[in-house]
Design a protein around this ligand. Structure first.
Ligand code: NAI
Ligand code: MG
Length: 494
């Protein structure tokens, strides 16, 4: 099968690489197998890509190790920074192609796809800026010693990314790894292999040396992903995906070489609206908090707590707002919500809607498939009320356009309700009372707290989870410490 194909979209036509990108070359997988990726808005096949198995992972890891040893780890930091800046520029200048790929392969509305691509470029640029600003310390002990620390790269980083923000997650992983002198074996998600491969093409064009970035895809996380996690020569793994697989990765690390592990996992984030909030503004943020990216967000604000004084007004306005979200063709500029990623995710989400009904919750809006069966995995924006904390829809991550609204009376009560989860990724607070906002932000167990907004992310601000939402932080200066190890040097003076 060919290593590239021409793909036509309503926006642009382009040449899509389909092979594995290993050691600076486009190759077929050792097994000779390929698999298809589909467009979730139409259920039609977009392309077939070459599949990586354990043998390919081995080749990619060896290439990454050679590139690490043969110069990348000792390349002048300024040069690494320059490459990342160049890559950021290339990403920006290919915005139409990359956005079209995301809309086609993931079902993301174009508007959202474009914003993902720009955010990816910002992330690469931000870490390009860090490349020559990663310093150790000199530490005074007694005068007969010179002590200093060096922040050295860890080595070969295995990076496993999901399908919900395919290209953005690619950038979140590649940026800090390359800035700090590591090399990368990155596995895209089997549902969305195309943008990561196109990104590899841009790495090549930017002049990233062979072996520094290897992009492999796989039909099965359990094959290529597991091979990365278990590999004896991978020094670190950065994973974004389900909590279930996160556990497997930790286990694989424990059973192999104790590779360093950072995990960005699930969530069941509370979004809290107090009586004194501006209802219209709060409704907008709550709507965005759950329906952005079709609810396929680890930080989705899926548990909505509304104080009793404005509960009725809020529900009325929120129902109207949610029902007005435009669901449909990702290539239509007016679309806000596209399809879910796959039949499997569609079925999982519909299963949760069924369970909510069976456990006695009330469907205020939605609750059904949008459109015809066989023409895309669309689900209506759905709001449940009359929920209790024990219900499955209040405990488990749904990862779709489904939320539940619950009434509360006091600040103390809502902090308790908000923290009643195994997860701790994010939380939202809507209030005009500054002291309350800060008090509640301090009391919530979450890696990110948004006050009077939701889902805002910037490359400068760290992101990651408390509790079972993860280990480590991405973005910001904090991410650098997950890609470096500290060496202490102690010299005895004569
Ligand atoms: P997943 O965790 O199976 O997939 C994420 C990545 O892990 C993919 O690249 C996949 O190929 C890889 N993977 C799968 N099994 C693996 C293994 N044994 N070893 C190494 N890598 C492996 O998630 P899935 O099944 O696509 O979605 C299930 C649920 O996970 C969603 O409903 C959602 O709740 C959650 N999820 C959370 C994400 C987040 O952003 N934190 C992203 C995607 C899913
Ligand atoms: Mg796809």
């Amino acid at each position: 099968m060919a290593l590239s194909a021409t793909i036509k979209t309503p926006l642009v036509s382009f040449t899509q690489p389909l092979g594995l990108y290993i050691d600076g070359q486009w190759v077929r997988g050792q097994s000779g197998q390929t698999f298809e990726t589909i467009n979730p808005a139409t259920e039609e096949v977009v392309a077939a890509v070459h599949e990586a198995t354990a043998e390919d992972i081995d080749l990619a890891v060896n290439a990454a190790r050679r590139a690490f040893r043969n110069g990348w780890s000792t390349t002048a930091p300024t040069e690494r920074g320059k490459l990342l800046l160049k890559l950021a520029e290339l990403v920006e200048s290919h915005i139409e192609v990359l956005s079209a790929i995301e809309s086609l392969d993931n079902g993301k509305p174009l508007k959202l796809a474009r914003s993902d691509v720009l955010s990816a470029a910002s992330c690469l640029r931000y870490y390009g800026g860090w490349a020559d600003k990663v310093h150790g310390q000199t530490i005074d002990t007694d005068p007969s010693f010179l002590n200093y620390t060096r922040h050295e790269p860890i080595g070969v980083c295995g990076q496993i990314i999901p399908w919900n923000f395919p290209f953005l997650m690619w950038a979140w992983k590649i940026g800090p790894a390359l800035a700090t002198g590591n090399t990368v074996v990155l596995k895209t998600a089997e549902q969305t292999p195309l943008s990561g491969l196109y990104g590899a093409l841009l790495c090549h064009e930017a002049g990233v040396p062979p072996g520094v970035v290897n992009v492999v895809v796989s039909g099965f996380g359990a094959v290529a992903g597991a091979a990365i996690a278990a590999h004896m020569d991978v020094d670190k793994i950065a994973f974004t995906g389900s909590t279930l697989v996160g556990r497997r990765i930790l286990e694989a690390s424990a059973k192999s070489n104790l590779k360093k592990v950072t995990l960005e996992l699930g969530g069941k984030s509370p979004n809290i609206v107090f009586d004194d909030a501006d209802v219209e503004r709060a409704v907008d943020w709550v709507n965005n908090g759950i329906y952005f990216n079709h609810g396929q967000c680890c930080c989705a604000g899926s548990r909505i707590y509304v104080q009793e004084g404005i509960y009725d007004a809020f529900i009325k306005a929120f129902k109207k707002r949610a029902a007005a979200n435009v669901v449909g063709d990702p290539f239509d500029e007016n679309t806000f919500q596209g399809p879910q990623i796959s039949q499997l995710q569609f079925d999982r989400i519909m299963g949760y809607i069924k369970s909510g009904r069976e456990q006695g919750a009330t469907v205020e809006v939605g609750g059904q498939r949008h459109g015809e069966e066989g023409s895309g995995f669309f689900i209506q924006p759905t709001i449940f009320s009359n929920v209790t904390p024990g219900m499955k829809i209040m405990q488990e991550e749904i990862f779709g356009p489904v939320c539940a609204v619950q009434r509360f009376s006091t600040e103390e009560e809502v902090v308790r309700m908000g923290n009643d989860s195994i997860y701790g990724l994010a939380a939202g607070i809507h209030t005009t009372n500054v002291s309350r906002a800060i008090r509640v932000a301090n009391a919530l167990h979450a890696g990110t707290v948004w006050i009077n907004n939701y889902n805002s992310l910037s490359p400068q601000v760290p992101f990651g989870g408390f509790k079972q939402s993860g280990i480590g932080r991405e973005l910001g200066e904090y991410a650098l410490s997950n890609y470096t190890q500290v060496k202490a040097v102690r010299m005895l003076l004569d």
